[in-house]
Design a protein around this ligand. Structure first.
Ligand code: HEC
Length: 312
C-alpha cells in the first residue's frame, strides 16, 4: 500500500513541477518577445550582465563575471573630446546578458537595428568588447551598438580613457547576496508611491534581466530611483558603514564588513576601535564621530555603493 501512495506522490510532484516550470519559463518568454526592450532594459542588461544570482561562474556571489559601466568624455581610440557617453565594457570571457544571445528576448525591431546599425553579430563573449545603447532617431526604437566594431573601441583603451568606472553589475550581486530585498523593493507601484519614489517601471523594462529583484516587502524605502534623490557618494559610504551615523534611528544593519581588510590607501580597518569611538560619540563623550574609511577600488563596499548610486 505504502508504495502506491509513494507513486501517487511522485506523479503529483511531477505535475506540480512541470506546471510551475511551464509558467515560470515558457509563459514570460511569450510576452517578452512580443513587447520588446525599452532603452532602460537594454541599459540594465549591459550594466548587470548575465545572471546576477547564484550561478556556475560565480557560485559564491562575489560579483565576478560582470561588465563595467564607464563614462567617457573622450574617444578611447582617437583621444578627441566627445559628448558625455555611457559605455559598457565586457572584458574577454565575461558572459553576455540573455538579450544579446537569444533571438526572442530583445524584441524584433530592437534586434534588427542592433544587427544592421549596431553590428551586434560581430560580438563574441570570448573576445569581449565595448557596447553602447542608442535610439534610432526616425523610429524611436532603442538598440545596442557594438562599439568595438563600429568605432574600433577596444576594452583596454576604453577602460583607460574612462573618467568613471561603475561596478554596478557586481553591486547587483551584492544586493542579492546581502538580502537588501528583504527590506527594500526595486518596484515603485502605480499609486501615490510615484510621488516619493519616482516612475514605476513598464513591462519592456525587464527584458533579459535576471533576476529582476523586485523585493518582497518594505521596511525601508523603494530604491529603484534612489540615485536621483540622493547622489552623494559620501552619504552612501557613511550610511553603509553604519546607518546610525546619518539616520540616528535607522533599523538598517551595518554593512561595514563589505569594506574587507583595508581601505583605499591600504590602511588596515580596525572595526572594534571604530565601534568604541562611535559609542563614545553616541554617548556624547566626543564631539565628532570617527571618520569612515574610503572603500578600496575593488571592494564589495565599492560595488554596492556603485549599484545604488547608479539607480537613477
Ligand atoms: C532590516 C532592513 C534593512 C536591510 C536589510 C537593508 N536596509 Fe536599507 N534601509 C532600511 C531602512 C529602514 C531605511 C531608512 C532609514 C535609513 O536611511 O537608514 C534604509 C535606507 C536605505 C537607503 C537610503 C534610501 C533613501 O531613500 O535615501 C539605501 C540606499 C539603502 N537603505 C540601501 C540598502 C542596501 C543596498 C541594502 C543591502 C546591502 C540594505 N539597504 C539593507 C532598512 C534596511
Amino acid at each position: 500500500m505504502a508504495f502506491r501512495e509513494y507513486k501517487i506522490g511522485c506523479i503529483m510532484f511531477g505535475i506540480a513541477l512541470s506546471t510551475s516550470m511551464f509558467v515560470t519559463i515558457f509563459l514570460p518568454g511569450l510576452d517578452i518577445s512580443r513587447i520588446g526592450s525599452t532603452e532602460e532594459a537594454l541599459k540594465k542588461q549591459l550594466t548587470y550582465g548575465w545572471e546576477s544570482a547564484f550561478n556556475y561562474y560565480d557560485p559564491f556571489l562575489l560579483g565576478k563575471d560582470k561588465p563595467i559601466k564607464v563614462v567617457l568624455t573622450k574617444d578611447p581610440e582617437t583621444g578627441k573630446p566627445i559628448d558625455k557617453t555611457e559605455a559598457y565594457v565586457f572584458t574577454a570571457g565575461t558572459h553576455f546578458p540573455d538579450g544579446l544571445t537569444h533571438d526572442n528576448i530583445m524584441g524584433t525591431k530592437q534586434l534588427a537595428l542592433s544587427k544592421s546599425k549596431g553590428l551586434l553579430a560581430q560580438a563574441t563573449e570570448k573576445r569581449g568588447g565595448v557596447f553602447l545603447v542608442d535610439v534610432d532617431v526616425t523610429t524611436g526604437v532603442p538598440y545596442v551598438e557594438f562599439a568595438t566594431a563600429t568605432k574600433g573601441w577596444q576594452v583596454a583603451a576604453t577602460l583607460k580613457a574612462a573618467d568613471v568606472r561603475i561596478h554596478a553589475g557586481s553591486g547587483k550581486t551584492m544586493f542579492i547576496r546581502e538580502g537588501c530585498w528583504w527590506c527594500h523593493t526595486l518596484l515603485p507601484e502605480e499609486t501615490q508611491d510615484w510621488q516619493s519614489f519616482g516612475r514605476p517601471p513598464v513591462t519592456g523594462d525587464f527584458n533579459g534581466e535576471s533576476p529582476t529583484s523586485f523585493g518582497s516587502d518594505r521596511k525601508g524605502p523603494d530604491l529603484l530611483h534612489v540615485g536621483s534623490r540622493n547622489s552623494s557618494r559620501e552619504w552612501m559610504t557613511m550610511h553603509f558603514f553604519n546607518p546610525r551615523l546619518v539616520q540616528p534611528h535607522s533599523i538598517m544593519p551595518r554593512f561595514n564588513y563589505l569594506w574587507g581588510k583595508a581601505d583605499i590607501n591600504g590602511k588596515v580597518i580596525d572595526r572594534q576601535k571604530w565601534d568604541r569611538d562611535f559609542m563614545a560619540y553616541a554617548r556624547g563623550d566626543t564631539p565628532y564621530p570617527p571618520a569612515v574609511p574610503i572603500p578600496a577600488r575593488n571592494s564589495e563596499a565599492r560595488y554596492i555603493i556603485d549599484f545604488v548610486l547608479n539607480l537613477k
